[in-house]
Design a protein around this ligand. Structure first.
Ligand code: CMX
Length: 442
């Protein structure tokens, strides 16, 4: 058995026993109470899921296996001479809970490279879509076209998949998908924006470096940006739309292709992963409205107020859990200060950062006036010439695969059951409030 797979299974067996013990000893412990408002308002604050790969703190931001973004940047192995973390190292960390060595990352990278082949019919399927199709739709269609290759689905259909081996088939699918997704994503970009001229992979490059290469960006700094981008967007604990959807669909024993594609349809929503394209669109509209390429802080403030007055959200600001500047924003700002401190567009992002929070705060209703990850990412991409902002969510999706697919491996290894929370009607709520019934839902 492959080293990583063996290490994952050893860890999973230990954790499964611990969980059994926790449920046996403390299964009846009440952890919190649910308020009626919460079930009407997006279940905010209800602890209802277990996700092993990462944990989000409202003040500190995301921790992957108890390592902050800054620690990952510092401690994960890098390419020779590089300073950004290798995403394959993060996959290793999420799957095993252990910080990988450079050898571990090299081994995983070569495994991914060996598994990266895409059958031609997948490209044909994507090509059959009109060119105007949104890149996220093309991407998900490409992923779905691959679903016939699922070890899990094929073994299950053949009656050759005992429950004790669910984890193994999931693990195989997860690694296959992680290996192949950059090729699908790069093809979407080349098909839509570069006359369909696909670029062959470079076997000497790491997973993210090769993705940058297949997109058509061979600048070493862009490769570094891709490494950083793929790490910081990989996971954000389990309750966000893309992670939760992947987990939920996976709980029906839908295979990793089906589950991941479902999660990515959620990522494509403007309140979630599409916000990165919305940020750039919003800045373009602002530039046009103000008739200047470099709006001042006062002009930005004026435009923010106009946006709010027209009942729209300021994209890239606010968060359902975070209550501080997203460290993923901060780390991108750091990358910008290092590589492009004078870029005019990037400087607009920083001016918006100075201007927006006090305005949002003054409204009194927004719980988090600070920027999230999506507020910054587009401007860095634009600096290197990737100006096709409709494509940005696909980059997010490639990165998010690392987290949600690692989590799916844990779900199957820990035998997590079908997810099926209870819902109620408002009529039932009223019956309960009027004391016509004893229990909500009766
Ligand atoms: N601009 C204007 N209004 C905002 C706002 C923003 N950036 N963020 C929140 N609000 C509003 C909400 O719409 C809500 O208004 P109503 O009461 O009139 O409905 C009110 O403030 C309270 O919202 P909240 O409790 O602070 O925020 P939520 O948890 O409901 O929503 C989020 C969180 C991200 C959907 C919201 O902040 C938002 O729409 N932000 C802009 C879109 C964005 O950047 N999304 C990306 C998030 C990160 C990601 O998932 O990738």
């Amino acid at each position: 058995m492959d080293l990583l797979k063996r290490r994952f299974k050893e860890q999973a067996d230990i954790l499964a026993l611990e969980i059994k013990e926790i449920i046996k000893e403390h299964g009846e412990t009440v952890i919190e109470q649910t308020k009626l408002a919460q079930i009407y308002q997006g279940m905010r604050g209800i602890t209802a899921l277990v996700t092993e790969t990462s944990l989000l703190d409202s003040q500190e931001g995301i921790e992957f296996r108890r390592k902050t973004i800054h620690e990952l940047r510092d401690k994960l192995p890098k390419v020779k001479g590089g300073s950004e973390p290798l995403p394959a190292g993060l996959v290793y960390l999420m799957l095993t809970g252990e910080m990988p060595t450079a050898d571990d990352v090299e081994h995983l990278s070569s495994v991914l490279q060996r598994r990266s082949h895409i059958p031609l019919y997948v490209f044909d399927t994507m090509r059959a879509l009109p060119k105007e199709t949104h890149p996220m739709t093309m991407f998900v269609v490409g992923v779905m076209a691959l679903q016939g290759e699922s070890h899990f689905a094929n073994r299950y259909a053949a009656g050759d998949l005992p429950k004790s081996e669910y984890w193994e088939a999931t693990f195989e699918d997860a690694l296959d998908l992680i290996a192949r997704i950059p090729h699908i994503a790069a093809y979407v970009y080349r098909r839509k924006y570069k006359h369909g001229r696909a670029i062959q992979p470079d076997g000497l490059l790491d997973w993210a470096g090769n993705f940058a290469h297949m997109l058509g960006y061979d600048d070493e700094e862009f490769k570094e940006l891709m490494r950083l981008y793929m790490v910081i967007n990989a996971d954000h604990e389990g309750g966000n739309v893309s992670a939760h959807t992947t987990h939920l669909v996976g709980s029906a024993l839908s295979d990793p292709y089906l589950s991941y594609a479902s999660g990515m349809n959620g990522l494509a929503g403007p309140l979630h992963g599409l916000a990165n394209q919305e940020v750039i669109k919003w800045i373009y509209d602002m530039q046009e409205h103000l008739n200047t390429k470099e709006p001042s802080s006062d002009q930005i403030a004026e435009y923010v107020k106009k946006t709010l007055a027209s009942g729209k959200v300021v994209p890239g600001y606010g968060h359902a859990v975070l209550r501080q500047t997203d460290p993923r924003f901060a780390v991108q700002m750091d990358f910008g200060k290092k590589h492009m401190p004078d870029d005019p567009f990037v400087n607009i992002i920083w001016r918006i950062y100075e201007t927006v929070p006090p305005i949002l705060q003054s409204l009194g209703k927004i719980k988090n006036p600070w920027p999230n990850v999506d507020a910054h990412s587009g401007a860095l991409l634009m600096h290197y010439g990737m100006v096709e902002h409709e494509y940005y969510t696909v980059l997010f999706a490639v990165s998010r695969a690392l987290g949600v697919l690692s989590s799916l491996c844990w779900d199957r290894a820990l035998n997590m059951p079908l997810e099926r929370p209870k819902s109620v009607t408002t009529a039932a709520v009223k019956r309960w409030l009027n004391k016509e019934v004893e229990k909500l839902g009766d």
